[in-house]
Design a binder for this molecule. Structure first.
Ligand code: ADP
Length: 551
């Protein structure tokens, strides 16, 4: 809408300008008729003249109906002067007057345009986001790269993710260096995480930091818009990127293309996915092209995409924790006059994504603006909070009950992980960072422990609420696939070649063990839960301390 409106403003301004110039032209135009001195005499005799003005080189004579002019030299001024008073007007006066008028009008017009467009811009920035870089939609045209102006500084929080991506940036900046040492870098990096946590922003920031062209394409577009052309589109995209290398290709919502090929077969999508795989296999890692892709459903991706040489590096972006939310709020409120306690605001927005926080801030700012306030205060935030949470733009945000469920879930997970020495950075209500096992060889008992951690949340929730919730779905799915893998790779312990029943049996057995463990350690779990409700997440050290103290 704001675009349309500022376009309207421009059209109106142009029209007004044209009208003004036309009007001025009419005013200044000499509309008089030239007559001779004899004709003037006749007018004088007939007593038709009402006014005489001398403005060299003409004498202007007005009758009740017309304006005439006669060259001054041709008239006997003395004689005429006896009958009519001759007013003298200097020509430059009139011109000057016109010029001054024109100038004034122009200035006025400029002020009006400036004011209108400023208000427009202000409103549109308030509506859309706090900064241009956050709102500009990436180019839909896959073959035309954009230059990203986003820097890491524009991405609040997410420090670990930035750290993970720095290597890629360095590689894009100095590809020759890596080539010289024959260092192979990942061709593809998968950014996984819920909607609105900044996957796109992060990809743009990588391009911006590395100062390389940014090719944007969304998976849904490839499949839906370029029906029948998906594979070709993908091919062209890679061609263009290779030509522009070093460059970044960013494929948003890659799950639209790369959903695992199981149940619903879709030839178009499969052909596109195959083309994507072929392209990724086909270029050398030193070609200077890095493919970033975003998904919020990693567990649904076709495993082929995750094989070595494709998207073999994964970066998780989770909902911001309290500290990150504070940083994000600070960024969004930086250039807005406000007087709110950021710490408290961050604490009260558990479950808000960065996108949701941005909406919250903008709505609060609009609320303040509409009430003619000079600064945004807590009241504005309180007033819009509910509408932001439940409004049209549905965002993820936890109610108190959901927070409790999540705290119980994660406390179970943290407890079991700590007890079984499964490494993690932090486990929390909204963010959890396990340490990935980045070795190729892991032991059977290690795998068992990891699976138990995956089951611990569900087990804890079932113990407390006698119910299962959807928040555990991802962990459960992962546990199932890990158990299958374990059975495949290690057998079931009893039999060397094991099938689906063994997996099932093992899973049930592991779940039972976890339940027992949780029942025995309930007090510790409860303490961790309380800690989580207060601090939102817990690190290994803290959990170990609680465990030591209580056990
Ligand atoms: P995703 O791709 O994960 O769905 P986006 O990158 O599109 O999320 O982000 C959604 C909105 O939130 C954008 O306006 C973006 O600028 C903003 N945003 C996301 N993460 C951050 C962050 N860490 N700091 C500042 N703004 C952010």
């Amino acid at each position: 809408m704001p675009d349309l409106r500022s376009k309207n403003v421009r059209i109106i301004a142009a029209l007004v300008l044209v009208l003004l110039i036309l009007g001025l032209f009419l005013i200044l135009r000499d509309s008089s008729r030239l007559i001779t001195a004899d004709q003037l005499d006749i007018l004088a005799q007939k007593k038709l003249i009402t006014r005489v003005v001398r403005e060299d080189p003409y004498l202007y004579v007005r009758t009740s109906r017309m304006l005439y002019r006669v060259p001054v030299d041709a008239v006997d001024l003395k004689k005429l002067g006896r009958e009519f008073p001759i007013e003298i007007r200097q020509k430059w006066n009139l011109i000057n007057l016109g010029l001054i008028l024109l100038l004034l009008m122009l200035v006025g017009l400029a002020v009006v345009i400036y004011y209108l467009s400023r208000r427009d811009r202000l409103e549109s920035t308030l509506r859309q986001g706090s900064k241009e870089t956050y709102t500009s939609a990436p180019s839909e045209e896959p073959l035309k790269p954009t230059r990203s102006k986003v820097r890491f500084d524009d991405v609040a929080g997410s420090e670990e993710v930035k750290e993970d991506l720095r290597e890629i940036i360095d590689f894009l900046r100095h590809p020759a260096r890596y080539k010289k040492f024959d260092i192979r870098l990942p061709k593809g990096v998968l950014l996984a995480g819920p909607p609105g946590v900044g996957k796109t922003l992060m990809a743009k920031a990588v391009a911006g930091e590395a100062k390389v062209p940014f090719f944007y394409q969304s998976g849904a577009n490839i499949v839906e818009i370029y029906v029948g052309m998906g594979p070709r589109r993908v091919h062209e995209l890679f061609q263009a990127a290779k030509k522009a290398a070093p460059a970044i290709i960013f494929i948003d919502e890659i799950d639209a293309v790369g959903r695992s090929r199981g149940s619903l077969r879709n030839e178009e999508r499969e052909a596109t996915l195959n083309q994507l795989l072929t392209e990724m296999d086909g270029f050398e890692s030193d070609s200077g092209v890095v493919v970033l892709a975003a998904t919020n459903r990693m567990e649904m991706l076709d495993p082929a995409l995750l094989r070595p040489g494709r998207f073999d590096r994964r970066v998780h972006l989770s909902l911001p924790d309290q500290q990150d939310r504070r940083a994000i709020l600070e960024l969004y409120l930086k250039r807005k006059a406000h007087n709110v306690d950021l710490e408290a605001l961050a604490r009260s927005t558990v479950g808000f994504s960065a996108a949701a926080l941005s909406t919250l801030v903008n709505e609060a700012a609009l609320h303040a603006l509409r009430r003619g306030k000079k600064v945004i205060d807590q009241e504005d935030f309180d007033a819009v909070r509910e509408t932001v949470i439940s409004g049209k733009r549905k965002i993820l945000s936890f109610s108190d009950e959901e927070r409790r469920i999540q705290a119980v879930y994660q406390s179970g997970k943290a407890l079991v992980a700590t007890w079984l020495d499964v490494p993690y950075e932090r486990i929390g209500i909204v963010t959890t960072r396990m340490r990935e096992a980045d070795r190729e060889i892991i032991s059977r008992s290690e795998m068992l422990a990891r699976i138990k951690v995956l089951l611990a949340g569900s087990a804890a929730v079932e113990m407390i609420f006698k119910e299962q919730y959807s928040n555990g779905a991802e962990d459960r799915a992962l546990a199932i696939s890990e158990v299958r893998r374990l059975v495949r790779e290690f057998g079931s312990g009893e039999r060397l070649v094991a099938g689906e029943e063994e997996a099932e049996r093992l899973l049930t057995e592991l779940y039972r063990e976890v339940r027992l463990m949780l029942e025995k350690l309930e007090e510790v779990r409860k303490t961790i839960e309380a800690w989580l409700l207060e601090h939102e997440n817990i690190g290994e050290e803290e959990a170990r301390r609680i465990l030591r103290d209580l056990f």
